[in-house]
Design a protein around this ligand. Sequence first.
Ligand SMILES: *Cc1c(COP(=O)(O)O)cnc(C)c1O
Length: 414
Amino acid sequence: MASPTRNDCLALDSRDQLADFRNQFQLADDLIYLDGNSLGVLPRATKARLLDAVEIEWGQDLIKSWNKHGWMHLPTRVGDKIAGLIGAKAGQVVAADSTSINVYKVVSSALKMQKGRIKIISDQGNFPTDLYMVQGITNQIGRDKCQLNLVSPDDVISAIDDDTALVMLTQVDFRTGRIYDMDAITKAAHAKGALVCWDLCHSAGAIPVLLDECNVDFAVGCGYKYLNGGPGAPAFVYVAKRHLAKAFQPLSGWHGHASPFDFSTEFTPANTIESFLCGTPSVLAMIALEVSLDIWAEADMTAVRKKSMALCDLFIELVEDRCANHGFELISPRDANLRGSQVSFSHSDGFPITQALIAANVVGDFRAPNVLRFGFTPLYTSYVDVWDAVDRLVNIMATKSYDAPEFNVRGAVT
Ligand SMILES: *Cc1c(COP(=O)(O)O)cnc(C)c1O
């Protein structure tokens, strides 16, 4: 069967119940942005809200704003809005710090809760910062107290043993988009007395997540990818309610204190999720993230997932049909049920092809050594965007325009 035409894609867009969301985002008409998995697009409302926060809350009300404008409660208020997207009841998520810092808090807590167990199991393909944070903890407390055990994805369950303190995985692989079975792995970990921490950086806002239902212990994730919170937006951390009274994280700053404004010399942790806070929140960044979460609150995650699968399937079909024999190899799962909201192809000229695409206003990204990665964000990406993106790729491949020297210069960020 022939692959869909541009008109077919326009017809799909006209029936798309999520199509109107695009107007809520600032996106140039000709730009096809397939990198919302790295940095989400700016919601139009964010600008006005930030201006207001700067002029009135900071500019006029100054210190009064902590109470008057609820700054003090931003980490829990924003956290509860994220909770709604990841299948968590309120009171178990705070927005705070970066994902890396939250990994540190969770791994440290888990080791403390799991006296005598020293192993942290993760996979070789995990996002490096998660692994680096565990290596830092090993350096800090010693190899007799913390050991990182890296296995291949298929071996995770068999690697869990009586010495495993924590299974720490990224649910959606950042290179390939492969999805782990959260329910099965969490059950297998619990059966051996291990805890789990799921990194949701490529899940939150990308696929439906059921943390409470899967009995997950801990989760972390970031605010600037699919959540559209802005560059360096606050990250989040989830701690299951049943652990809140006994999970103590070591970054015991005053915002994690049971009553910070007592200014006592003794640290007494809050017995709520606020014990996972450390210092003063980044207020403006929190406010920006909250604006985009309010847009997310209007979106039906089932519809988002359905469209995401359709956009990814369409992209794969068009690339494989129209760029056949150009050396692209799909490295994402072909089955949409096993894939997050991204599609990755390997190609020996992946880097210059990515650069040529960017020059043609199709923004994806490149991950060493040879991966072209495209994120699909149903709130602001249309079916015809997918068609046009592949059409520009067809042209680049046919003319070999990616061979030009300017497409072979690497910047600090790929
Ligand atoms: C993007 C990403 C991070 C980023 O961590 P930061 O500390 O927020 O920079 C961490 N883990 C995964 C899996 C990611 O995809």
